[in-house]
Design a protein around this ligand. Sequence first.
Ligand SMILES: C[S@@+](CC[C@H](N)C(=O)[O-])C[C@H]1O[C@@H](n2cnc3c(N)ncnc32)[C@H](O)[C@@H]1O
Length: 218
Amino acid sequence: MSDLEQSLGRRFARLTTNLVVARPALWRLFRPLTRMQFDRLAPQWTSMRSTEAFAALELALEALPAEPSKVLDLGTGTGLAAFAVARRFPGASVVGSDIAEEMLGQAREATPPELADRVRFEAADAAQLPFPPGSFDLVVLANMIPFFDELARVLTARGTLLVCFSEGAGTPIWVPPERLRAELERRGFMFFAGFAAGDATCLLARRSVGGAARPAEC
Ligand SMILES: C[S@@+](CC[C@H](N)C(=O)[O-])C[C@H]1O[C@@H](n2cnc3c(N)ncnc32)[C@H](O)[C@@H]1O
C-alpha cells in the first residue's frame, strides 16, 4: 500500500469517526467503505502496530477493580487487544468482534493455542450488537468508533468500559476525551480514569464503583 493510500485511509477514518459520533445514523453510509478499507488492510495490520500501541490499555487493565469474566473486544481487528486481555486474566473468556471478515480471519489464525479455548472471534457490528443486555463485565475499544447506546446496553451495571487510542489524538479513529465523557455521562457512567503511556491513551469508565458483577449468559 502506497504512502498516499495510507494517508487517504487515515483521513477517511477520522472523517468517518467525526461524522458517525455526531450522527450515528450515518454509519450505514460509511459501513461498506469502512469494511472494505479494513478487509484490505488485514494482511498487514499486525505488522503496522507498534509495540507500544497497547501500553495504555495494559495500564488500564492493571487498574481494574476486579478480574472480569466476560470480555468483549469491539473492532478487534487482528485480535491483539483481545489476546492482551486474555493473557492478563486467565479466568476470562473473550469475544473479539469486527465487521471485517478478513481481520477476523487473521485474528483466528493468530490465536495462540494456549488461549484458543477462551478467545473466540465473531462478526458483529458495534452499531447493533447480537448480544443480550448485560452480557459483558468488560468492553474494550482499541482504536474503534464508539456506539454509545450499544456499549451501555451490553455492559453489566457494574462493568467497565475501556476506550483506548494507540496514538492518542493522532490516532485516525479518535474521539476527544471530553466528548467521550459527555456521551457516557448521559448514559449513566459516573466514574472515569485516564491512562497514558507514550502516545497511547485509554479512558476507563464505569457506572458504579466496586467489583464486576457476573454478566448474563451469551
Ligand atoms: C483501527 S482498527 C483497530 C483494530 C484493533 N482494535 C487494533 O487496535 O489493532 C478498527 C477496527 O474496527 C473495525 N470496525 C469499524 N467499525 C466497526 C463496527 N461498527 N463494528 C465492528 N467493527 C468495526 C474495523 O473493521 C477494524 O478492524
